[in-house]
Design a protein around this ligand. Structure first.
Ligand code: ADP
Length: 334
């Protein structure tokens, strides 16, 4: 590299200066740096990608907490909260808002359950009094005018139905409030099935339906005998109620590993696929079921009992062909 410079004195050039420097060492170092950058670039990119991944992962971790909490709420557990996301950024704010929303939802649900429970309690006595009074009136039917007798009989039937609904509603609300204390014991599932079969045989015969059971080997189960009996009674009663004359209801049970598998199957009117998730809802009754007795609470109670036993219930059904309810219960101590 060459630098020429004119040197002046009082505006007149007096000399020329030339400075020279060799560029080779500089170019050598520049080439070295270029090579260094080229070789190190992939490592820098890799570190940048890995660093970004770690940062994004850390930022999104609270979001996966929020997702997991939202998923656990699908199972009805509104007491869950998102913990450990107290940061002042948007994610922390989202978690806080989500927790507040859960708080409000939990309070609203608690109030709704409390209302159903209080209402059932309050209705219990008047309905029992109505039943008792009408039973008194019907004790001597011969003294009654036929029209009055028909009305009294109708009041009797309806008050008994109302009593049954109130009892079921109380059971459900107590269950949801966690006030129902299960009597856990070691029991034989075959005995439960046998007792349900005995209780329902008369009703099945009246409806012209054959009721049978199949339990190839004894199944020892840890559970609440009266609740499991109630669960099976509800399913068998439905099988008969929604069955066809000349049809069947079959209860079968088998053990699969650590699970007892209980199936109640009928060849009755069946349930259309779009109603499968609805039948377990409280007070849901299909329109075609309106002319048959019932409250729409039977399957909600079945589902609650299955949940209390940490089991699962599923339904396979086709309209006009029949329904099969399958219940899987862990046999061990819950
Ligand atoms: P309900 O008191 O009306 O029987 P449930 O909760 O027991 O109430 O059942 C809800 C609805 O599910 C019923 O109204 C009926 O439409 C349908 N269902 C239940 N079990 C059966 C079945 N075995 N076959 C056909 N439909 C059924």
């Amino acid at each position: 590299m060459v630098l020429d410079e004119e040197i002046q004195s009082e505006g007149q050039p007096v000399a020329y200066a030339r400075v020279c420097a060799a560029l080779e060492p500089l170019e050598n170092s520049l080439a070295g740096i270029r090579l260094g950058i080229l070789l190190a670039a992939p490592a820098y990119v890799a570190v940048a990608i890995f660093g970004s991944y770690l940062i994004v992962k850390k930022t999104l971790k609270p979001i996966s907490f929020i997702i997991a909490t939202a998923q656990s709420i699908e199972g009805g557990d509104l007491s869950r909260r998102i913990n450990g996301v107290e940061s002042a950024d948007e994610v922390g704010e989202l978690a806080g808002t989500f927790n507040e929303m859960l708080e409000r939802l939990e309070t609203a649900f608690r109030r709704e359950k409390q209302f159903a429970s209080d209402a059932s309690h309050e209705l219990r006595t008047p309905v029992a009094v109505i039943s008792a009074c009408v039973e008194d009136i019907l004790e001597h039917p011969e003294n009654l005018d036929p029209e009055l007798r028909r009305s009294a009989e109708e009041i009797h039937t309806e008050s008994r139905r109302m009593n049954a609904i109130i009892t079921q509603l109380l059971m459900l609300t107590r269950g949801y409030e966690g006030q129902y204390h299960l009597e856990w014991e070691q029991l034989d599932l075959g005995d439960v099935i046998e007792s349900v079969q005995e209780q329902m045989e008369g009703y099945a015969a009246e409806a012209g339906i054959s009721l049978s059971s199949q339990v190839p080997a004894p199944i020892q189960l840890f559970g609440d005998q009266s609740l499991l009996t109630q669960m099976l009674l509800n399913l068998v009663e439905n099988g008969i109620k929604y069955g066809k004359p000349g049809g069947f209801v079959q209860i079968s049970a088998r053990q699969e590993g650590a699970e007892a598998v209980l199936v109640v199957e009928d060849n009755g009117i069946g349930i259309p696929p779009d109603e499968h998730p609805l039948v377990f809802e409280r007070f849901y009754r299909a329109d075609r079921a309106r002319d048959r007795s019932g409250s729409g609470l039977g399957l909600s109670i079945v589902k609650w009992i299955v949940q209390e036993h940490h089991g699962k219930i599923s339904l396979k059904s086709e309209p006009k062909h029949g329904s099969a309810f399958e219940i899987r219960l862990p046999i061990g101590q819950a």
